[in-house]
Design a protein. Structure first.
Length: 132
């Protein structure tokens, strides 16, 4: 059973991070005309590796059900970094709308691919269970 759930857990972590990155990129696109807005992003590969290793940024663990969640450091809350502008604007905004849209589309495609992998894994499990 652990082999069956390990694949789904890995895909679930990837989906969580891809969804979080989609929110960050959408925020960048939404603020493309906001003076002084600084574009943000995170290193997906590094965040996924940390999530799979079980390492949170804060390294905190809840040892009691009454504890509050850690402020950051969860797989769904990677460390955001400021994006270095290639061509900063006069109003201080660092969003390059064309590049943000391309990143958004790429991330959406990766999200869809991960969903398809999960769907395929579930189909294979059901096929094995039903003996087909």
């Amino acid at each position: 059973m652990p082999l069956l759930t390990a694949s789904l857990d890995a895909h679930a972590q990837a989906l969580t991070l891809l969804a979080e990155r989609q929110k960050v990129l959408a925020g960048n696109i939404a603020n493309a005309d906001t003076p002084g807005y600084q574009a943000r992003d995170f290193d997906f590969a590094q965040a996924l590796a940390a999530a799979r290793a079980g390492n949170g940024v804060g390294g905190m663990q809840a040892t009691n059900a009454a504890h509050l969640g850690a402020a950051g450091g969860t797989p769904g809350d990677p460390a955001l970094q400021w994006r270095t502008p290639e061509q900063p604007s006069l109003d201080g905004n660092t969003v390059d709308l064309d590049k943000e849209r391309a990143r958004f589309a790429d991330n959406a495609m990766r999200y869809e691919a991960t969903l398809r992998f999960i769907n395929n894994d579930v189909r294979q499990m059901l096929s094995a269970i039903t003996g087909q």
